[in-house]
Design a protein around this ligand. Structure first.
Ligand code: BYC
Ligand code: FE
Ligand code: FE
Length: 472
């Protein structure tokens, strides 16, 4: 019997028998999935100092305690309702938002929720071996914090499926635990979530760039006319901020350390000789995870995107900052490839909504890269990191069948094959990273050689606090 008290929530779970019954079946399968596919080696004897959301207000949200991971209290939260909320864009603009799923949009909404839900457990699966290569207890704890929150995001989508999609929703909720990242027969839905994450540079770039697609998509869904979807995703966004903090500061601390080590080695020396991560390798991982995450925004020209917008299912990021919310007259100017030549073309704005969101995403990423470059500047380095051109290494959209270098210059298949290791992590780079991450650092206050300690610890605690402890 599943007790509503064990599941922190603000959705009235204790008085909702139907939802309780649905969760009774799903929750044990979830825990089994977490044990099988979640953090490997950290299920039984470790206690982790994590934050648990126990309510949506500031006080309840910042509840910290030591927990064993499988006993984490995954909760279900909706952001507070907005009084008299109205549909903010598309063909139904101005009408009251929906508290139930309209029959005509049921399939589209289910598909969006399933796709969103699928990414959450996928990321936990991708990251499941990292604990055994962690650079410190501080980082180990951050990894697990991200993991349990992605688990909670899965709960958030399963709550919607169970509450609003009946039998189909329950089936979909089970499928979310059955697909597996990288599995040949039953892969996760979106490509980036089938890529391996086997070292901490991957992890920090993933939380910087791929979790930021989470931010893009959650901003877009938080505008939705389906009010429970809007409220769920609004609360998820508050957690997403921390995931991107982990990524951005993780890379920042590697950069800091790379600068220190390069100095020690003499400016012209190869920083790998003293165990650091060189800037060209860091640039390659930016190129990889940025391009994979661009793909997550879908095709440049998309009738799906147009109909999501028209029907009020997905809006633009910060929809209220735009002037025109119907968007029936305007066009978007797009770079297209026409018989091997790049040219510009105008397309109806609604069909360009994936590209509009991608624009927002690129500028948000750029701000982060600019902050990284300040570290190089401060250390007197002339090198700079940058985002590759949007056409580089694309797997989705109209550039996916072509090749480009990071400046956006077209390449032949042969040139690409010969040069791609200059721009993307090579097996040799990956071997090097694994070699310096082979020995995990489990001693409080100690850090692996390739990364600087953070300026401060978590929630006012010292950096040397024992963020993960082993039970006797
Ligand atoms: N991989 O019309 P199009 C997160 C398919 S991350 C594989 O452009 P649409 C998180 C597409 O499904 C946020 N397939 O599609 C981060 C379609 O298939 P059909 C996740 C792809 O629908 C880190 C076809 O191509 N949330 O939360 O406009 C850790 C035509 O494409 C891909 C969401 O994604 C791809 N990358 O755009 C943890 C929000 N891209 O119809 C969590 C919900 C496209 O031909 N999802 N296809 O069978 C969506 O809004 C949309 O599904 C997408 C795709 C924006 C992803
Ligand atoms: Fe998430
Ligand atoms: Fe996230």
């Amino acid at each position: 019997m599943i007790s509503a008290e064990k599941i922190p929530n603000n959705v009235g779970l204790s008085s909702n028998k139907r939802l309780q019954r649905a969760l009774e079946h799903w929750q044990p399968a979830y825990i089994q999935w977490w044990k099988d596919m979640g953090p490997q080696g950290f299920q039984d004897y470790h206690q982790v100092y994590v934050r648990t959301a126990v309510s949506v207000d500031a006080a309840g949200w910042a509840h910290f305690e030591y927990v064993r991971l499988p006993e984490y209290r995954w909760g279900i939260f909706l952001a507070d309702p907005v009084h008299d909320r109205r549909i903010g864009f598309g063909d139904f603009m101005g009408q009251p938002v929906w508290q139930e799923v309209p029959g005509e949009f049921r399939n589209q909404l289910r598909r969006l929720i399933v796709t969103q839900g699928d990414t959450e457990p996928a990321s936990v699966e991708q990251q499941r071996w990292l604990g055994q290569r962690c650079p410190s207890l501080y980082d180990l704890r951050n990894l697990f914090q991200v993991n349990v929150e992605e688990g909670r995001h899965l709960w958030a989508m399963v709550y919607l499926l169970h509450s609003y999609f009946g039998r189909d929703g329950r089936d979909e909720a089970e499928e979310l635990l059955a697909r597996q990242s990288g599995n040949r027969d039953k892969p996760r839905i979106l490509d980036a979530f089938n890529e391996p994450i086997d070292n901490w540079l991957d992890f920090f770039m993933f939380t910087m760039f791929t979790d930021r697609d989470g931010k893009s998509q959650l901003l877009s869904l938080s505008e939705s006319s389906l009010d429970p979807l809007s409220r769920t995703t609004r609360f998820m966004l508050t957690e997403e901020a921390h995931h991107m903090f982990v990524g951005e500061t993780g890379v920042a601390r590697i950069l800091e350390r790379t600068c220190q080590l390069t100095r020690t080695a003499g400016f012209s020396g190869d920083v790998r000789k003293v165990g650091g991560i060189d800037l060209p390798t860091i640039q390659k991982f930016i190129n990889l995870w940025f391009s994979l995450s661009l793909d997550l925004h879908g095709n440049e020209i998309s009738t799906n995107a147009a109909s999501y917008f028209a029907n009020g299912l997905k809006g633009r990021a910060y929809e209220d900052k735009w002037d025109d919310h119907r968007v029936t007259e305007t066009t978007y100017e797009l770079e297209v490839s026409q018989e091997g030549k790049l040219e510009r073309r105008h397309i109806p704005m609604r069909t360009a909504m994936n590209e509009v969101l991608r624009d927002w995403y690129v500028s948000d990423c750029q701000a982060g890269v600019t902050r990284w470059n300040r570290i190089l500047e401060r250390h007197g380095f002339s090198d700079r990191l940058r985002l590759p051109d949007r056409k580089f290494n694309r797997g989705i959209g109209m550039f996916s069948s072509l090749h480009f270098d990071p400046d956006g210059h077209p390449l032949s298949d042969e040139q690409w094959a010969r040069r791609k290791d200059e721009w993307l992590p090579s097996p040799h780079d990956r071997d090097y990273l694994l070699s310096i991450m082979n020995e995990p650092v489990y001693e409080a206050g100690k850090f692996a050689n390739y990364i600087a300690p953070p300026p401060r610890g978590i929630k006012g605690l010292p950096v040397h606090f024992e963020y993960v402890r082993t039970e006797a």
